[in-house]
Write a new protein. Sequence first.
Length: 262
Amino acid sequence: MLEVIAQMDESSRFGASPEALFHARLVQIERRIAQACDNAGRDRSDVRLLPITKTVPAEILRHAYAAGLRDFAENKVQEAQGKIDLLNDLPVRWTMVGHLQKNKAKQMLGFAQEFHALDSMALAARLNRLLAEQGRVLDVYVQVNTSGEASKYGLAPKDLPAFLDVLETCTQLRPRGLMTLAVFSGDRDRVRACFRILRKLRDQSLGDHPEIRGLSMGMSGDFEDAIREGATVVRIGQGIFGQRPTPDGHYWPGTVATPPPA
């Protein structure tokens, strides 16, 4: 009975032909990204689409792969590992985008080729040691809390310069840029203000840390504003895979009445 209900839920969420649905949505997303880039006077090649696959079952992700996706991004290690075990025949690139506890670091390194939520030196040191043992490096984005909300993870903007200085000692980590989650608000000026803060922090960091070029910001509900403000990576989940079946509060440790789309 539970299996039948699960199949019904997947059908209502992903349709009778998930591949066709994802392809059509990707075409729409691509057009919007291209238009946002054009409006901002930027090249389309400046912006990378990072599909957020959390809550999407492994068998459905096969349809996403068939529709053309080659990057999958997850925010929970256990969920990601379960999917990877079932999709290890597909040549996809896995990214971790959610808050990571130190005790999950080793498991995350077993699959992630990129990490978008580095938010503490303790975590950086743990990752660096494990990577050194494995003889490899990891691309990372440093998460900054640009909204000032206590419920969100990330460094305070004032703490970023010192953090980047110390991060240089973690030679197995390759900083690629900064990441943020904007305030969840219908007020686009407030949303864009978060993106502008991140861009300003990036610009201020380039002198001492020229490797900090990327800006991972913007989700399904605000990626066009993020592109306008300089995003180089937009993280889009619901715009491709549809509304999630349960409230998603993983980025917010406390209770959030209305979570933002990713």
